[in-house]
Design a protein around this ligand. Structure first.
Ligand code: GLV
Length: 364
């Protein structure tokens, strides 16, 4: 369960804040500019009333489902977030153990403080690899090969970050990685691991500007598909037409995401675009969603709108910061308990019972 002192994921953030350096907390917590999208991501779920069904036998409930064919114990995955070494000494090893222990998938960030090989070796469940495409395509391909060889089971291509969003808290703090932490996946590429992640403003923004490829287009989705035998998911979609393009370009799935409100401030909350996107995709590929999921009921809302599963990012970081692997596991178990409870109260015995009519009830 959650570390002592927190009854829910919001309360956990306060505990984590006390444990983290001010720079690390601000990096994890911040959104772009005025943080409109950051706040709206959370608020938009809460605005969706759940029209529960009554007199349904919910004495036995099953939260399990499959995502890209892999069975997971509940429709919650661990979202890719950078630099877990800022939260706890075991970094991403703690996260992957927590995800495996909870019977779900971890999506590892390219920007991890632990090499993908080590993370996969410690995994008790599937690991997906989130990819940023570097200007150096050979280095990018090498990274994809390593993820494959290490045993990752999908590549999640982030497409909402041609440049890094401007996070003013990071600019103010001159965000950089502390001594001893590096972009480990790039340690073999000269100048990539230590890239100063230190500058007169956000070191990560400088890293993106210098190293990542802002010329990426849909053609590169085809390139990536040709470069790997793994399924490719496209992460960062907020429009139905882009979702259709992802289908047309052979993606196996999409993640409806605005990067946790960290990229374009003013972009729509994922809760507000998920339904139309799922409708446009028409079940041809799997639709996942992240952004602002803080309650089990939010997971029900997401499934009702057409998501296969949700990914949670910041709450996992709060768990790691508060109590390492046990803290991250506690976050997943707290969400599981809340989903189970919400399903029972909504008249759903299994995730397949969580359908659109819970949000849009049939008329008289
Ligand atoms: C990294 O991907 C970030 O958004 O900070």
């Amino acid at each position: 369960m959650l570390p002592e002192g927190a009854l829910n994921l919001q309360e956990l953030e306060q505990l984590a804040r006390e444990k983290l350096t001010a720079m690390a907390y601000a990096y994890y917590a911040s959104g772009a500019l005025d943080e409109l999208t950051l706040r709206e991501n959370v608020a938009a779920w809460a605005r969706l009333p759940i029209h529960y069904r009554v007199l349904v036998d919910v004495s036995a409930r099953d939260l399990s489902t499959t995502v890209l064919g892999a069975r997971v114990s509940m429709p919650v995955l661990v979202a890719p977030t950078a630099f877990h070494g800022l939260a706890c000494s075991d970094g991403e090893l703690a996260t992957v153990r927590a995800a495996g222990g909870a019977g779900t998938i971890m999506c590892l960030s390219s920007l991890s403080n632990t090499r993908v090989e080590e993370v996969c070796a410690a995994a008790g469940g599937p690991v997906w690899f989130q990819l940023y495409v570097y200007r150096d395509r050979a280095a990018t391909e090498a990274l994809v090969r390593r993820a494959e060889a290490a045993g990752a089971s999908a590549i999640v291509l982030t497409v909402d970050a041609p440049l890094l969003g401007r996070r003013e808290r990071d600019v103010r703090n001159e965000f950089h990685l502390p001594e001893g932490l590096r972009v480990e996946n790039m340690s073999a590429v000269a100048g990539h691991a230590e890239v100063a992640l230190r500058s007169a403003s956000s070191g990560l923004a400088a890293y993106f500007k210098e190293k990542l490829d802002p010329s990426l287009t849909w053609k590169d989705v085809a390139w990536l598909r040709g470069a790997t035998r793994l399924p490719v998911l496209v992460k960062g979609i907020v429009r139905a037409d882009d979702a259709r393009r992802a289908v047309d370009h052979g993606a196996s799935g999409i993640v409806v995401s605005n990067h946790g409100g960290r990229q374009l401030d003013g972009s729509p909350a994922t809760a507000s675009v998920l339904g139309p996107i799922a409708d446009a995709v028409q079940g041809r590929i799997e639709v996942l969603v992240d952004g602002g999921v803080r309650r089990g009921a939010d997971v029900l809302r997401a499934l009702a709108l057409g998501a296969r599963a949700v990914l949670v990012g910041r709450p996992i970081l709060w768990g790691l910061a508060t109590a390492g692997e046990a803290g991250a596991r506690g976050v997943l178990e707290a969400l599981r308990a809340e989903i189970d409870h919400a399903m029972a109260l909504a008249g759903c015995a299994s995730v397949s019972d969580v359908t659109r009519d819970l949000l849009v009830p049939p008329g008289p």
